[in-house]
Design a protein. Structure first.
Length: 164
């Protein structure tokens, strides 16, 4: 991984955001936003839960949801998180592709990570390559294979890009 601060969009006093800080923001985030692309080319943006687990961002989606249909057609996506304030915190954008997680042992580890983060309200049961959810039907799990991550620091403002 290579980190570089973009001086065009950064305060002269800003240093590159350390990867550990960015990883911490991804780990601690309670909510993420995912952007996928519809069949007609329009963006589809929606909030969702997720877990930064085993060095990658993970999320789930029901098999009948729009984002799932979009990802079946094109796995390219962007996920964002942060605190949406101007003068403090860190906002992060993860660009990459969604890779389906279907191994039951890996799904169980992810389910454990999600319940550890969010509590029992988000307990998933592992089925045959999916999360079974009696209320919403089966859900697919995905790992984001990041190609680029951008961290937007504040106070001082700095834009650090990590290339993988």
């Amino acid at each position: 991984m290579h980190a570089k601060i973009d001086r065009r969009f950064s305060d002269p006093s800003a240093d590159p955001t350390p990867w550990a800080t960015t990883e911490g923001a991804l780990t601690q985030a309670e909510l993420y936003w995912i952007t996928t692309v519809r069949e007609d080319g329009r963006p589809h943006v929606t909030p969702l839960i997720g877990a930064y687990h085993d060095g990658a961002l993970h999320f789930t989606t029901g098999l009948r949801e729009q984002k799932y249909r979009n990802l079946e057609r094109s796995p390219k996506l962007a996920m964002t998180t942060g605190n949406n304030t101007w003068a403090q915190g860190l906002d992060v954008v993860v660009e990459g592709t969604a890779a389906r997680v279907s191994d039951n042992a890996e799904l169980q580890r992810l389910a454990d990570a999600i319940v550890a983060k969010y509590g029992e309200v988000w307990r998933f049961t592992v089925g045959d390559g999916v999360f079974d959810d009696a209320e919403g039907g089966p859900a697919a799990a995905f790992r984001v294979e990041a190609t680029k991550v951008i961290a937007f620091a504040k106070d001082p403002h700095g834009q650090t890009t990590y290339a993988f």
